[in-house]
Design a protein around this ligand. Structure first.
Ligand SMILES: *Cc1c(COP(=O)(O)O)cnc(C)c1O
Length: 390
């Protein structure tokens, strides 16, 4: 539909095009100097050393590699909040391990340390948490809990690219972190991901797992030094090919520079929604951020009483406003075979709606959404409450 306000949308323009043109003209489009520069820039943004990060072709691939590095295999359990991205669940299940889903706080949709702790067993090998909507959540306490229990913590920081607690970047609280730069995220390379690994030895293995398990990458100078032919190689694992390239990394470098501006605009949009939607009966805005927490403002969501969420989504669609819900609870996906009972997540999943949130929204767009939500909620709830006509 023309004039539809999208729920997520990237912001790419002339600067990114110029960067791509430069890569084309350089005659080296594969993984090279720009990818190295993007990794170094992203590591600086996180406040970690460049050897601890490896770029990938998606966040899902980075999560698969993280599970491999974590030694997750048959017989192991991995705890995830049921409100997780499906790729995280698949990364666990594909290794023959069992995903164990834990509940979340129905207001923040993030798990608390208590939710995670309740799901730990002697077989738990790792915990994978995300930062719902871009909010850090209980990540500091969850990291502490995992350290105490000798369980690895992997942060799915896909939507927490600029989220921090007391200045520390989300994704660096645990043992590993993964980020996404796909077409629906804030910092977009079209498709891409990043993996952070705290342990230096594991970190050194990550680039090999991302490139076919090759032990020595061919290259003339290296081959001369090692007195081998430069096209020969050895393998340390039978891995996939999960690397990115300089075309996408050039886009990423430009977007990384624009990221603070993107997030600042998103913060103002969230504040405008908060003001515009305050006091609507039957509707709750997200709770305020705790002190010291910074969100990436990836999502803006509302929570609705009276079972009107699905009807409201349809009403808004008819007015040219696209909304959605992420992430449908994984314990309800039959393929995972879970019998968990998770009332907080069920409540959140059945009453929460994501409103349009991206840095391309104008104030007028936000006001159009606010007015439509106010009117539609009032109409839906009013209709339910008014007595039946005689
Ligand atoms: C988008 C997303 C991913 C997956 O990212 P890809 O780069 O598309 O593989 C993982 N986790 C969360 C929370 C996401 O929103």
């Amino acid at each position: 539909m023309k004039d539809m306000i999208n729920v997520f949308q990237p912001m790419l323009g002339e600067q990114e095009l110029a960067a791509v043109r430069e890569v084309f003209e350089s005659n080296w489009i594969g993984r090279g100097e720009r990818t190295k520069a993007f990794e170094e820039g992203f590591a600086r943004h996180l406040g970690v050393g460049p050897r601890h990060v490896t770029s990938t072709n998606s966040c899902t691939e980075a999560t698969f590699i993280a599970m491999e590095l974590a030694g997750v295999g048959p017989g192991a359990e991995v705890v995830l909040p049921t409100i997780s991205f499906v790729g995280a669940g698949n990364a666990v299940a594909s290794r023959g391990a069992r995903p164990v889903f834990c509940d979340v706080d129905p207001r923040t949709l993030n798990p608390t340390a208590d939710h995670v702790e309740a799901a730990l067993t002697p077989r738990t090998r790792a915990v994978v948490v995300l930062h719902y909507g871009g909010r850090p959540g209980d990540v500091a306490r969850i990291a502490e809990l995992c350290r105490e229990r000798g369980v690895l913590l992997v942060e799915d920081a896909a939507i927490a690219v600029a989220s921090r607690v007391d200045g520390r970047a989300c994704g660096t609280f645990g043992d590993m972190g993964v980020w996404s730069f796909d077409h629906g995220k804030i910092l977009v390379t079209v498709d891409g991901g990043m993996l952070y690994v705290r342990d230096p030895e594991l970190a050194a293995r990550a680039p090999k797992l991302a490139y076919l398990g090759m032990e020595q990458v061919s290259g003339y100078d290296q081959a001369l030094r090692a007195r081998t032919r430069w096209w020969e190689f050895e393998l340390s694992s039978f891995s996939r090919r999960s690397v990115t390239n300089d075309v996408l990394s050039a886009v990423g470098l430009v977007q990384l520079g624009r990221l603070p501006g993107f997030v600042a605009r998103r913060r103002r949009i969230a504040e405008r929604y908060d003001r515009g939607l305050a006091g609507v009966e039957g509707l709750l805005c997200p709770p305020p951020l705790p002190p010291g927490h910074e969100s990436s403002h990836y999502m803006y969501w509302i929570q609705l009483e009276g079972g009107i969420r699905d009807d409201l989504a349809r009403d808004l669609y008819e007015r040219g406003i696209y909304t959605t819900f992420r992430y449908p609870p994984l314990h309800r996906v039959r393929a995972y075979g879970s019998d968990a009972v998770l009332p907080g997540a069920d409540r959140a999943a059945d009453g929460t709606l994501l409103l349009p949130m991206h840095q391309g929204l104008t104030d007028a767009d936000v006001d159009r959404v606010v007015d439509a939500v106010r009117e539609c909620v009032r109409a839906r709830l009013g209709r339910r409450r008014s007595p039946a006509p005689a």
